[in-house]
Design a binder for this molecule. Structure first.
Ligand code: GTR
Length: 328
């Protein structure tokens, strides 16, 4: 997949010029504008497009979705803000950029909390995921569903991070979340929070020594070109979240709201199928592109995370969430 650098200003101008206007929804139908940082074809985009097809079918074309991929509407923090205030209608982001706003979301990204993908899916698709998602409503967002995001692992310029010692003195890009800064500190690295769109050049110019992400993102962002050592630390299964602007949601008649929620739920298996396929492809492609994927001492990393739990899982509510996830 090529790296796409769209003309953001032009697209954004178009979006702002045609907001979702109440009343127009029933009369002429409505196009929900949905943002994503990933390129076209990425599984999250495929999921939202599928949701759009379902909506179109089930409303006789009254409700449609237009996906703005490849950061056309900005990095995740920008698109989240715009979605909260109803400038755009939907956004697909990781749970990380929501952590500072909605503390319950940080639980989903805690290092080494989920045992595996099946555990993560069971938790996020069930009542715990619903409870975490409910917390976004007070901040102008309706959580529609969660998507997979694989396992986050370190990738670096100079040498692979097989064990925590390898991180000593390294500057590692993290997502813009205080919890993620603490994770990196616990592992012994220096955290540099940056928007996703700045990571490629930050690694290329040596502003940071590396970053961490799942293999599909490592591939589609082409980060493997500038940081060739990928180590399977699998330290977090932090899922993705598909959220709708509460303002846009509240403008829909109740029956349409239910159709939207249902279509989002049904997009999840489509996204997951595309994910499994891309994970395999991406691994082959990065290796063909000269990157090396090496095993890592996961146990050694897992031993270091307690300070993150101590610092962020402080109140009773979060503690109980963590307990329930462990018991699930
Ligand atoms: C990806 C995730 C994005 C974003 C990105 C990042 O795995 O899909 O939503 O969070 O990581 O690291 O910024």
């Amino acid at each position: 997949m090529p790296r796409i650098e769209p003309t953001r200003r032009a697209v954004l101008g178009g979006v702002l010029a045609a907001p979702f206007i109440a009343g127009r929804a029933q009369a002429q139908g409505v196009t929900l504008r949905s943002a994503d940082i990933h390129p076209d074809g990425y599984p999250t985009i495929e999921g939202v497009k599928h949701m759009g097809r379902l909506l179109q079918e089930r409303t006789g074309g009254r409700i449609r979705i237009q996906v703005f991929h490849s950061r056309q509407l900005g990095d995740e923090k920008d698109s989240l803000e715009q979605t909260r205030f109803g400038v755009i209608d939907m956004t697909r982001v990781n749970t990380a950029p929501l952590n500072n706003l909605v503390p319950a979301t940080l639980v989903a990204g805690l290092p080494f909390l989920f045992r595996d993908t099946a555990h993560m899916q069971a938790v996020m698709d069930g009542p715990i995921g619903e409870e975490i998602g409910a917390g976004t409503a007070a901040h102008g967002l309706v959580t529609l569903c969660y998507y997979d995001s694989g396992a986050r692992c370190f990738y670096t310029r100079a040498r692979p991070v097989r064990a925590p010692e390898d991180l000593k003195g390294m500057k590692v890009r993290v997502q813009q979340s205080d919890m993620w800064v603490a994770v990196m500190r616990a592992f012994g690295a220096n955290a540099t929070p940056l928007p996703f769109g700045e990571v490629y050049s930050a690694m290329q110019t040596g502003v940071v020594d590396g970053a961490e992400n799942n293999v599909p993102t490592y591939f589609t962002s082409r980060h493997f070109e500038v940081a060739k050592h990928y180590a399977m630390t699998e330290h977090s299964l932090s899922p993705e979240i598909l959220a709708m602007s509460k303002r846009s949601f509240d403008r829909l008649p109740r029956a349409d709201q239910e159709i939207v929620r249902q279509a989002a739920r049904e997009s999840v298996p489509v996204m997951r199928e595309a994910w499994v396929k891309l994970e395999g492809d991406a691994r082959r492609q990065v290796e063909a592109g000269g990157a090396q994927v090496v095993p890592a001492d996961k146990e050694a990393f897992a031993k270091l995370v307690q300070p993150v739990y101590d610092q962020f899982v402080r109140d009773d509510r979060l503690r109980k969430l963590v307990e329930r996830i462990r018991a699930a």
